[in-house]
Design a protein around this ligand. Structure first.
Ligand code: HEC
Ligand code: HEC
Length: 326
């Protein structure tokens, strides 16, 4: 997720108005050969489902999360219907954003959008009506993803149950061009997914697509601090949580974790019983229920990439006030 809002504001003020004209280039027209025959269409949908629900987790933001349970799993039957709120307290947004309805409902969702329109929204943050989306929708990350992965996600979105659900309009206290991200590629055509045999590079691709950086990097004086060192605090209505240091520092990060420990930390949440309980104030926004569903190999690749980061020594209290109260 893009929580680097202040940073973006500063960057874009510095960059003046050079920013905007990424909108004029629509050369990234998707061609999805995967739709050529039913078998490859099914494969495309399967892959898209894997990405959208387990790795890139579009459906984490675009469905209703239920924080009565640990790590807010989504409520059944709300897949893709939008409505989750992101504001100043939750995510540093100068105003109020609502995840939009991305089900195929023709009136309130994206049922009438072409593949090309959906593609542009995902990879460049431009909605069908031409509005620029707020960069909390992680299109800066998706702008670096391989085209086929995005096409697969679109193929999967088309299979969601259409849900009629009108999402309120966003309210922003600053003009959006002030937060428009400066570093989008005009075309994603040259993006490649590294071969999975290149574990570190492939892990890096997954980490970027899953927006781990966005939650696990602190904001310091309006700028992104040391990557992946944690310390970003989320204030949700019923709990407060600070992201963990996931650099390989042995004492304060995850440097002492073996690959097996890392894997277990995630896959314990493949069992519903592991998260279907009310943790009260010790809740988390880390999407454990989603990420735990990733293939073992992909989780190991993520681990391999995280091992290559510079270790940062920084102790994090994930639940500062609650710990102090004990
Ligand atoms: C961190 C939460 C988050 C994630 C993850 C996320 N989105 Fe979004 N998305 C949003 C928000 C919030 C908006 C609305 C932004 C605004 O109002 O400016 C949005 C807007 C959109 C829109 C524009 C819809 C419209 O009506 O204009 C599309 C399409 C979309 N997202 C698809 C996706 C897909 C596909 C993925 C996964 C690849 C994804 N999103 C992942 C939060 C998210
Ligand atoms: C929506 C924000 C968010 C996203 C996205 C996110 N995290 Fe987290 N993560 C957190 C928070 C907050 C915590 C601390 C609370 C907890 O342990 O659940 C955390 C905790 C962790 C921990 C536990 C560390 C420890 O010391 O116990 C690991 C490992 C981790 N995240 C890895 C990742 C990886 C890898 C990704 C990307 C695939 C990722 N996170 C994406 C918010 C996020």
């Amino acid at each position: 997720m893009r929580y680097r809002i202040l940073f973006l504001i500063i960057m874009s003020v510095m960059m003046g108005l050079i920013l905007i004209n990424c909108t004029s280039n629509t050369s990234s027209e998707p061609t999805g050969d995967s739709t050529a025959n039913p078998d490859s269409l099914n494969q495309s949908i399967e892959r898209g489902k894997y990405l959208a629900t387990k790795v890139v987790i579009c459906l984490d933001c675009h469905s209703e999360r239920d924080y009565k349970y640990f790590a807010g799993p989504i409520k059944d039957g709300t897949e893709g219907m939008g409505g989750e709120v992101f504001d100043e307290k939750i995510a540093g947004v100068p105003g109020k954003l609502y995840a939009r309805n991305i089900t195929p409902d023709p009136e309130t969702g994206i049922g009438t959008w072409t593949d090309d329109e959906i593609f542009t929204a995902i990879t460049r943050g431009i909605s069908k009506n031409g509005d620029t989306l707020f960069p909390l929708m992680p299109y800066i990350n998706y702008n670096r993803m391989a085209k086929q992965d995005i096409m697969d996600i679109i193929a999967y979105l088309r299979t969601l149950k259409p849900i009629k659900h009108k999402v309120p309009e966003r309210k922003l206290f600053v003009p959006l061009h002030m937060v428009y991200p400066p570093s989008l590629q005009a075309s994603v055509d040259k993006n490649v997914k590294p071969p999975i045999s290149d574990k570190i590079k492939y892990g890096e691709y997954l980490v970027r697509s899953a927006a781990c950086f966005d939650c696990h990097t602190p904001m310091e004086n309006g700028k992104s601090g040391q990557p992946f060192s944690g310390g970003y605090t989320f204030h949700l209505p019923t709990f407060t949580v600070t992201s963990a240091n996931i650099t390989p520092d042995k004492e304060t990060g995850i440097g002492a974790w073996t690959e097996e420990m890392f894997l277990q930390k995630f896959i314990q949440y493949r069992e519903k019983s592991a998260y279907l309980y009310d943790p009260g104030k010790l809740n988390s926004i880390m999407p454990w229920a989603f990420f735990s569903q990733m293939d073992d190999y992909d989780l190991k690749a993520i681990y391999a990439y995280l091992r290559t980061l510079p270790p940062v020594s920084k102790k994090i209290e994930k639940h500062p006030t609650e710990v102090a109260a004990r």
